[in-house]
Write a protein that binds this ligand. Structure first.
Ligand code: ADP
Length: 225
């Protein structure tokens, strides 16, 4: 397996609490990995370390062989914008912007003009079943449609890795199923790896592999399941 993203010996403490206690995980090219475990086990902390949102106290994170954790905040922020995509539980779309401008936002933050960015993102709507919804604001979309807009926004910069934190947490079972189907297909199709944090086995089933976290440690070492 060619590892795209690796976390090695990751440790993160919050005061006396140890959120991560030496986690090693490698994510392959276009591989989808679910991170599962009970509440408080360290799943979100692991995702945040891998995504360069927080720095671990010990251990290393690399993307395509380059250290992520040693970069300063500005460079990590630039890396997150250009190489990573994010899908959150509630989509976190900007309510005042139409769907197409929400999807175009990562391109505009990267310096593309609004007109060119909106033009470039139109091609993402049909494959995600969003044709005709380009001008709708998030409040005029169903929960499932909003998550599909969030998936388009996560992929529009052609990231190496998409991180999803409970992406179906606010959806009913059928819509959650459809959302995971699209998320795993779209990431694979775009050659992006996928890291999904979830407590839901139905969500994890869509991934190639599951890493189980308990008390800040992995139950099943990466690559042996
Ligand atoms: P999970 O995502 O599995 O619910 P988290 O990674 O959020 O778990 O949390 C792991 C542990 O670290 C928990 O004990 C939690 O209370 C603690 N923790 C997480 N983030 C913080 C923080 N910002 N400040 C203090 N403690 C935190």
């Amino acid at each position: 397996m060619i590892a795209i993203l690796t976390g090695t010996g990751l440790v993160k403490r919050y005061g006396p609490a140890t959120a991560l206690d030496g986690v090693t995980l490698a994510v392959g090219r276009a591989e989808a990995v679910a991170i599962m475990g009970p509440s408080g086990s360290g799943k979100s902390t692991l995702l945040h370390c891998l995504a360069g949102i927080i720095k671990p106290d010990a251990g290393e994170v690399t993307l395509l062989g380059q250290r992520v954790d040693t970069l300063g905040e500005r460079r990590r922020s630039a890396l997150r914008r250009s190489r990573f995509g994010f899908v959150f539980q509630f989509g976190q779309l900007l309510p005042e912007l139409p769907a197409e401008e929400n999807v175009a936002l990562p391109l505009m933050l990267g310096g593309t003009s609004r007109a060119r960015a909106v033009d470039a993102v139109r091609a993402w709507f049909a494959p995600l079943g969003l044709t005709g919804l380009e001008r709708r604001r998030p409040g005029e979309l169903s929960g499932g449609q909003a998550q599909r807009v969030a998936i388009a926004r996560a992929l529009v910069t052609r990231p190496a890795v998409v991180f999803a934190d409970e992406p179906t947490g606010a959806l009913d079972q059928k819509t959650g199923h459809d959302t995971m189907n699209l998320l795993t297909q779209a990431t694979r199709h775009n050659d992006a790896s996928l890291v999904v944090v979830t407590h839901d086995p139905d969500v994890a089933r869509w991934c190639d592999r599951t890493a189980e976290v308990r008390d800040g440690r992995l139950l099943v070492p990466a690559g042996t399941s």
